[in-house]
Write a protein that binds this ligand. Structure first.
Ligand code: WTA
Length: 666
C-alpha cells in the first residue's frame, strides 16, 4: 500500500486515502477499479444475466435453474426457483476428488489452546455421519432444528448436517438466556435441539444444556422431541430419558456416507433471530440457492480468497457473520479456516496476535469492538501489543458489525497490518446474507471509516423519507433498490411484519429499507454508515432492540412501573445501553440502595435476554419526560444519557425536576 495522500488525522473530515499497492492489485481476483467497474456495468446492463452467471459459476446445482428472478409476488422475491441444490454438498462433496479433498478445512483452537485439524474429507465424513444420526431419529427435510452450541467443529458439523438433510437450522448464540432460547424454540417450531453440556470460555466452564432444560420447562416447547448433547467437557449434566441423547449415542453405528438431499433453491436453509425496532426478535428466513451463491462469491471477492490462504473470521456461529463467513462461505470456497472457541483476552489480550502467528493466518476478519478493546489492553500492557508477534503472514484485514472509527482503523492498519494489508470494512446485516458495501482489496482505494462502494449488483442508494435520491454529502436512509439473491425471504411466520419492516409503502413497497442512516462522500461517492435510524442499538456489534430491553425491565412487575431505553456513544462498545426506570416505590434516597436496585435490574435483564443486554447505565426518576400526548421524549433522554446540556424545549414537561433526577447514573 502506498503512503497516505494526506496525513491530517481528523475524525470529522477524512482525507486519507490508501490505494491498493500494484502487487496486491495485480494478483487480486477483482483487479483495480477497472475490474470492479466492469462487473458493475455487467450488472447494470443485464441484471438477471449477471446473477445467473454468478449462480452458475458459484453453485453446484443438482437440477439447473431456468428461471432467474421471479418478482410476481414482490416483495416476496424468488431466485433460481426451479433449480435444486444442497448447501452441504456445495461446501464439502464438491471438493472430493480435487486438490482440496485432503486440505485442512478447519484448524480448531480450543479455549485452553489445544489445536485440532480436520481435512475436507474428514469434515464430510463427520457431517454425513451426523446427518445419518439425525435421520435415524426422524429429523427430516423441512423440520426446524435449534442449535445452541459453542464455537467448535461440532457446531459447524451440526449446521452442515441439518443442511445435508434439508432440515432448517436456527442457531442461538450461546450467551442468550433460557427465556430467549424458549421464545425461539416456540416461534420457530423446533422439533429438536442440538447443544453441548458445557462451553469453555476464558478458562471457565459455562452451562448450555442446563439452560436448554430450563427453556424446555417454560412451556410451549412440547414440539421438541430430541435434545442431542455434545459432551464438550467431562462434567456431568442431567439427562431426560427418551428425550436426551449424547453425540456418541447419536452417532453410534452410523455410516460416514450420506447422500445430500436436493432442495429447491428457495428452501429455507436457516432462520436466524435478530432484533428489530418493535416487539420480539424476528426470525430472518434465508434461502439455500441465492444465499450459497453470495456466501462463496463474497469470500472470493471481498477476501480475495486464494488456495493458500488461512482465513480467520472471529465471529460466533450464533451470529450471521458466523453463518456466512464460518459455517458456509469459506467451505464453499475451499479455504482453510481457523475456528476459535475462546475469547480474545484469555489467557492474555494478545491471544489473537499469538494465534495469527501460530497458524500463519493470512486473512483476518473481526469486529471494531474487539479491536478497540485490544488497543486499550495494549496501551496498559506492552506485552500484549501486536508488535510482540510475527504477523507477516497477514495480507488482508477485515472489519464488520459496526462503524469502525478512523482512529481504530489507523491502529489496525499500522499495528496489525504493518501498513501493508488492505482493510475491508464490510457493511451488511443479518437480513442481507452477505457483504453489501465493502472495499475490494485489490481494487478500492481505502478511506478510514468508510465502507466505500456497493459490491457489483447491489443497487444501494441513499434516499429521503419519500424515496428521492439524496445528493452526495447529504445524509439519508440507506436502501437497496433491486432485490438480490442472498436477501432475506421472509420473517418466519410473520409476512406482514416482513413487508412493513423492510419494504415500506412510503418507498413504494419494493425498495429494501436497511434501517441505517448513511451519507456518500462528495468526492468519491463513498458510503459512510452513520448508524441505525430506528430503535435498534448496536452494542459491541450486537444488535439489541430498545423495546426488547424495555419489555424485559417492565416484566419485573414488583419493582418497575415504566422504563425507557436509549443508546449513548461509548468509546469501547460503540454504543452503550442506558435505561431510564420509574420504580413502583419511592425514589431511593441512599445511593447504595440505588446501586443495589440497579444491579438487581441488570441481573434481571441478563436472565430475561442475556448478559449482552444488561444496561450499562440505569437512571431512576419519578416519571419519564413525556409530551402532552403522553409520548416519551426519547431525544431528551438521549441527551441526558450523553450528559449533554438540554437544548430542547422542556416547557411541556409536567415535572421538570425529573430531569435532574434522571441525570444521576447508578
Ligand atoms: C451495523 C452484522 C457500519 C449496521 C453483519 C447494521 C455496520 C447492523 C457495519 C447489522 C459496518 C454492520 N459499518 N455499521 N461495516 N456492519 N453494521 O444484523 O447498523 O448483526 O444495520 O449484521 O450492524 O447488524 P447484524
Amino acid at each position: 500500500m502506498n503512503a497516505p495522500t494526506s496525513a491530517i488525522e481528523s475524525v470529522l473530515v477524512e482525507n486519507r486515502v490508501f490505494p491498493p499497492s500494484e502487487a496486491i492489485q495485480k494478483a487480486a481476483r477483482v483487479s483495480g477499479m477497472a475490474g470492479y467497474e466492469a462487473l458493475c456495468a455487467e450488472a447494470e446492463k443485464d441484471y438477471e444475466g449477471y446473477w445467473a452467471r454468478l449462480a452458475r459459476e458459484n453453485v453446484v446445482w443438482s437440477k439447473p435453474f431456468t428461471q432467474v428472478l421471479d418478482e410476481s409476488n414482490a416483495p416476496f422475491y424468488r431466485w433460481f426457483a426451479d433449480g435444486e441444490l444442497n448447501a452441504s454438498a456445495n461446501c464439502l462433496d464438491k471438493h472430493m476428488g480435487t486438490a482440496t479433498e485432503h486440505k485442512t478445512a478447519i484448524i480448531f483452537e480450543a479455549d485452553d489452546g489445544q489445536v485440532t485439524k480436520v481435512s475436507y474429507r474428514e469434515l464430510l465424513e463427520r457431517v454425513a455421519q451426523f446427518a445419518n444420526g439425525l435421520k435415524a431419529q426422524g429429523v427430516k427435510k423441512g423440520d426446524r432444528v435449534l442449535i445452541y452450541m459453542p464455537m467448535t467443529i461440532e457446531g459447524v458439523v451440526a449446521m452442515q448436517a441439518c443442511a445435508r438433510i434439508g432440515a432448517t437450522h436456527s442457531v442461538v448464540f450461546g450467551g442468550f438466556s433460557a427465556k430467549a432460547v424458549q421464545e425461539r424454540i416456540v416461534d420457530v417450531g423446533a422439533s429438536a435441539v442440538i447443544t453441548a453440556n458445557f462451553q469453555m470460555r476464558g478458562g471457565k466452564e459455562l452451562p448450555l444444556k442446563a439452560i436448554v432444560d430450563d427453556a424446555l420447562q417454560m412451556g410451549g416447547c412440547e414440539g421438541v422431541k430430541h435434545v442431542f448433547v455434545y459432551e464438550r467437557t467431562a462434567s456431568a449434566y442431567s439427562k431426560v430419558a427418551g428425550r436426551d441423547m449424547s453425540f456418541a449415542e447419536l452417532l453410534a453405528g452410523q455410516s460416514t456416507e450420506c447422500l445430500p438431499v436436493a432442495v429447491e433453491a428457495e428452501h429455507p436453509l436457516f432462520i436466524l433471530y435478530t432484533s428489530g425496532s418493535t416487539g420480539k426478535p424476528k426470525g430472518v428466513q434465508h434461502s439455500t440457492g441465492g444465499y450459497m451463491l453470495w456466501a462463496k462469491q463474497t469470500v472470493e471477492w471481498t477476501f480475495d480468497m486464494q488456495p493458500s490462504d488461512v482465513f480467520w473470521c472471529t465471529a460466533d456461529i450464533g451470529w450471521i457473520t458466523g453463518h456466512t463467513y464460518v459455517a458456509y462461505g469459506p467451505l464453499a470456497a475451499g479455504a482453510t479456516q481457523i475456528v476459535f472457541e475462546g475469547v480474545p483476552t484469555f489467557p492474555h489480550a494478545g491471544r489473537f496476535w499469538e494465534m495469527i502467528e501460530r497458524h500463519g493466518c493470512t486473512v483476518f476478519y473481526t469486529a471494531p469492538t474487539a479491536i478497540r478493546s485490544l488497543i486499550k489492553a495494549s496501551e496498559t500492557d506492552e506485552k500484549v501489543h501486536p508488535k510482540n508477534w510475527n504477523l507477516s503472514s497477514l495480507r488482508i484485514l477485515g472489519s464488520v458489525g459496526e462503524p469502525i472509527n478512523p482512529e481504530a482503523w489507523m491502529w489496525y492498519y499500522r499495528n496489525v497490518g504493518a501498513e501493508r494489508c488492505p482493510i475491508v470494512d464490510t457493511f451488511w446485516q443479518t437480513e442481507n446474507g452477505g457483504h453489501m458495501i465493502t472495499p475490494l482489496p485489490g481494487a478500492t482505494p481505502l478511506v478510514p471509516g468508510s465502507c466505500t462502494l456497493p459490491l457489483p449488483g447491489i443497487m444501494a442508494a441513499i434516499v429521503d423519507e419519500t424515496g428521492n435520491d439524496m445528493p452526495n454529502g447529504a445524509g439519508g436512509m440507506l436502501v437497496v433498490k433491486r432485490p438480490w439473491p442472498s436477501m432475506i425471504r421472509n420473517i418466519w411466520g410473520d409476512p406482514e411484519r416482513f413487508k412493513k419492516s423492510y419494504f415500506p409503502e412510503e418507498l413504494g413497497g419494493k425498495t429494501y429499507l436497511a434501517g441505517d442512516g448513511a451519507v456518500r462522500s462528495e468526492d468519491r461517492g463513498y458510503f459512510r454508515i452513520t448508524g441505525r435510524i430506528d430503535d435498534v442499538l448496536n452494542v459491541s456489534g450486537h444488535r439489541m432492540g430498545t423495546m426488547e430491553i424495555e419489555s424485559a425491565l417492565v416484566s419485573k412487575t414488583d419493582l418497575v412501573a415504566e422504563a425507557a431505553v436509549v443508546g449513548r456513544p461509548d468509546d469501547l462498545t460503540g454504543e452503550a445501553i442506558c435505561a431510564f426506570v420509574v420504580l413502583k416505590r419511592p425514589l431511593p434516597s441512599d445511593p447504595e440502595e440505588a446501586k443495589a436496585l440497579a444491579n438487581e435490574l441488570r441481573n434481571w435483564v441478563a436472565k430475561e435476554i442475556g448478559p449482552i443486554a444488561k444496561p450499562k447505565d440505569i437512571r431512576f426518576g419519578e416519571n419519564l419526560p413525556k409530551t402532552r400526548s403522553g409520548k416519551i421524549m426519547r431525544r431528551l433522554l438521549r441527551s441526558i444519557a450523553k450528559g449533554e446540556a438540554i437544548t430542547q424545549d422542556t416547557s411541556t414537561l409536567e415535572n421538570p425536576a425529573i430531569l435532574e433526577q434522571l441525570g444521576k447514573t447508578h
